[in-house]
Ligand binder design. Sequence first.
Ligand code: FAD
Ligand code: DLZ
Length: 515
Amino acid sequence: MQRPSLLIPILGDQLSPAISSLRGVDPADAVVLMMEVREEATYVRHHKAKIAFLFSAMRHHAEALSRRGWTVDYVRLDDPVNTGTFTSELARAVARYRPSGIVVTEAGEWRVARMMEEWERELGLPVDIRQDDRFVASHAEFAAWAEGRRELRMEWFYREMRRKTGLLMNGSEPEGGQWNFDKENRKPAQGDLLMPRPLAFPPDEATRAVMALVEERFADHPGSLEDFDFAVTAKDAERQADQFMKHALAGFGDYQDAMLAGERYLWHSILSPYINVGLLDPLDLCRRAEAEYRAGRAPLNAVEGYVRQIIGWREYVRGIYWRAGPDYAQRNFLDARRSLPSFYWTGRTRMRCMAEALDQTLRTAHAHHIQRLMVTGNFALLIGADPAEVHRWYLEIYVDAFEWVELPNTLGMSQFADGGLLGSKPYAASGAYVDRMSDYCRGCRYDVKQRTGPDACPLNALYWDFLARNEEKLARNPRLAMPYRSWAGMQPQTKAALRVQAAGFLERLDAGEMI
Ligand code: FAD
Ligand code: DLZ
């Protein structure tokens, strides 16, 4: 090709055909650069399935762009001349093509955003960094909404997004006369042969090649590739979305918080990896869900719940991430310092709820929201695990984990390490919650009804110990008034027994005993 005017790097989470960096560019006058680089694969030890998913989706996307007439220069991880970082690969490509400028869509996280800011100086040519408009709210819109508010809450932001998109609106009123149907969405589930199942996509040749590469180059990373069945093309991701809309959406609301042993999916969509890398468009999914409601095929509580997760939570956590700044990951409001137990990487624990969530996570790189928040997240919160370590684990282990979405969910929502910037209270729970929302406790070695003694469910004493330990910081939180009243009303000997029980457990945990 003649010397192109533009070099367009497309990063691993920018696999959308309509990405802003390609807009208005003549394919005949540009080279798209895609790079598998060691630095991105190792800045944390990503789960093997996460790297395989990303590399395979990138390779398929490169082919799709070529078919659409783009010239794509694709640098593979095992290319002997691959220099291993975005910036050094870009420098090599600049030397190869001598373009007059670079166009790129803004990065999804602070680390890479800072790299991009240096490119103009380091590469010596103009760099046009374009807004990522795959989100409903721009950074400026979120900042304008947040400005001057005493506290930020998802619910108020969500209503703005409903008004902006017109989703589930009747003029200026919410469909059904209510913004939020969450109270109807807390039902436990029963195992059921008719339960919906997402499609499984057996690895094609390109994916198998990537899996072999991952096994060879990232052998020391956590997780397994044995159950790998993710879609890796936009077409298959669309098929998965159809499957969800047809078979699972109707039950999504009712069973959103439910957990069942051996059931990975329940009525969840399992679409987050595809949305986050750009194979599916989030707003389009919301419109399709709304159409299911309007056609009478899915109830309002389900569709409102689904839409809220995407234009509410997903957009809100992104806004918080960029507003909180690059130091967000260092916050530690509760001064939690304990190391994350080693069984987070092996799944070897006798607590059945933890074993279920961890085993599934290590096998598949996916767990649903309540497993992440109320099982692995709750346990880390109760034992006082260091939030930076907890953050690193979630970023490594889940296929859909990109810092802009993972960090606020982990550090803010789950560990309350931002002191309430994102949410109004810590999601701390005793065994009773797990027992109410799942069937995990039935086959557990521990007894969820006992609070003390060798057979007591560890979550029970840990819960009260967490409240007692953090009383100074949390007791004035109005949403914790009830549990603190219960704590205050306990006999001193009951309190002491609970704290001794928790201390004994934490001691055994720190000693690395099997618990
Ligand atoms: P569904 O339950 O079907 O929900 C529908 C969609 O809503 C999801 O696909 C997702 O796009 C969106 N969504 C739902 N909840 C959230 C949320 N809290 N924040 C942002 N988007 C949401 N989500 C990620 O995409 N990446 C992460 O790295 C991530 N880390 C998390 C860490 C913790 C500690 C917790 C508690 C939650 C985390 N989440 C993360 C949010 C949520 O758990 C996942 O989005 C969800 O489990 C993905 O599965 P699904 O597609 O079946 O979701
Ligand atoms: C997560 C990831 C991994 C493991 N590898 C690559 C890669 O080799 N090349 C690439 O373009 N992107 C990768 N990614 C995703 C990037 O880390 C992601 O695009 C940035 O985090 C965005 O800020």
